[in-house]
Design a protein around this ligand. Structure first.
Ligand SMILES: Cc1ncc(COP(=O)(O)O)c(C=O)c1O
Length: 388
């Protein structure tokens, strides 16, 4: 059957039928979708690195899925693939429709990568302070960078720009959870669960799409796997989840890619079993210490996830449990040389990671945990945990 010729019967009087309006575009859509299904454009299977743990943590295992090896450098490669597939199949894109996205970095780079492959004009709306390297990475993939002025909400700017240009606002914060095909055998969760059977999946949330897809897969396949979302300082996710309040707000995070000033639609409460607040300084120290064990310098959000994994390991140790924890190496430190790997930048931001280096180093060497003297742990959630 030709896809460019409509086989619909003409509408009768009083009926509306638009089947013949865009027959050419249907051909273009089908072609893009078939390219996205092709092996070359599918997200890659990534390596699971076993993080060496000290003898004192006998019976416990920690695995890190290296998503920085995806062709566009982060786990957002999987999201970008899902968002384009969803937008094309949902009739949101026609040949020539420009795409807009609000992103602080990784998603913009991954969507630019797919746009470049599919010949779609891509526009990333990024915060005014976005590093030159990240802007350049989008431009290298033929994407256009629009910098929002300080204080402007990225989502509002991206939506407005898309409307003004007859474009499509991809809106990762809304569509991440529904675009991911969490039943498929190709997602992060099924790939991970084929390799190991984790008791916990730990990761920070930006859209919340990744933790959500793992939580859904765990239920769908009746796994014991629990999901822990690690949240940086000043993010609304933890108070919102704790108080079951979707109107929660906060100042917004300093750890790039995770933690948000408001609850995002893709962060679904019932799919998160536990949340852990992680000090920004602890995220940065863990990121730096982990580099020695992983053989790859990770980005700061990986440090936040790994710090959460340390807290879960400590809980297991205290309860004489054994178990397996998995987290994600979201992206590589090479994206952050001017920021989280630069002491001057960290000092300007007031992130004093130094006090956390020794405790984290000692834990990975010996399994002993002694947090910095002035450290006060974040309060535990008062509400009952969801759906354990
Ligand atoms: C570097 C980095 N880490 C972690 C995340 C969180 O991923 P998700 O959006 O699936 O919650 C993001 C999201 O943009 C990110 O850019």
């Amino acid at each position: 059957m030709s896809l460019t010729k409509s086989t619909a019967t003409p509408p009768r009087e009083g009926e509306e039928d638009i089947s013949d309006l865009y027959p050419e575009d249907r051909g273009w859509v089908t072609e893009c979708l078939s390219r996205l299904r092709d092996q070359r454009l599918q997200p890659k299977k990534t390596r699971l690195i076993e993080f060496p743990l000290p003898a004192a943590l006998d019976g416990m295992k920690l695995f890190v899925k290296n998503e920085s090896a995806q062709p566009s450098g982060s786990h957002k490669h999987r999201l970008a693939h899902a968002l384009f597939t969803n937008a094309l199949a949902s009739g949101c894109l026609r040949d020539g429709t420009p795409v807009f996205e609000a992103s602080s970095g990784s998603t913009a780079i991954s969507e630019a990568w797919y746009s470049n492959e599919l010949g779609i004009k891509f526009n990333a709306v990024m915060p005014s302070g976005t590093s030159e390297e990240k802007q350049q990475a989008v431009r290298d993939l033929k994407g256009n960078v629009i910098l929002a002025t300080a204080g402007e909400d990225l989502v509002t700017v991206a939506r407005r720009q898309a409307e003004q240009s007859n474009g499509h606002f991809m809106d990762q914060f809304t569509y991440a959870e529904r675009a991911y095909d969490w039943r498929s055998e190709h997602g992060l969760a099924p790939e991970l669960c084929r390799e190991v059977e984790p008791d916990w999946f730990v990761m920070g949330a930006g859209t919340g799409g990744t933790v959500t897809s793992v939580g859904r897969y765990a239920r769908y396949t009746n796994r014991k796997l629990r999901v822990c979302a690690t949240d940086p300082e000043n993010s609304a996710f933890l108070p919102g989840w704790r108080d079951h309040d979707r109107t929660a707000t906060d100042k917004g995070s300093r750890i790039e890619g995770i933690g948000r000033p408001r609850m995002e639609p893709s962060f679904l409460f019932p799919l998160v079993n536990r949340m852990i607040r992680v000090h920004d300084a602890a995220s940065v120290a863990t990121m730096r210490v982990a580099a020695q064990y992983l053989g790859i310098e990770p980005g700061p959000s990986t440090g936040t996830g790994l710090f959460g994994a340390v807290q879960i390991l400590l809980g297991m140790q205290a309860n004489r449990q054994r178990g397996t924890i998995a987290t994600v190496l979201c992206d590589a430190g090479s994206r952050y040389t001017a920021e989280y790997y630069n002491d001057d930048w960290l000092d300007k931001k007031g992130i004093d990671y130094r006090a956390w280096m020794e405790p984290v180093e000692r834990f990975f060497k010996s399994g002993e945990w002694q947090p910095p003297v002035n450290f006060s742990p974040a309060p535990r959630p008062s509400a009952t945990l969801w759906n354990m």
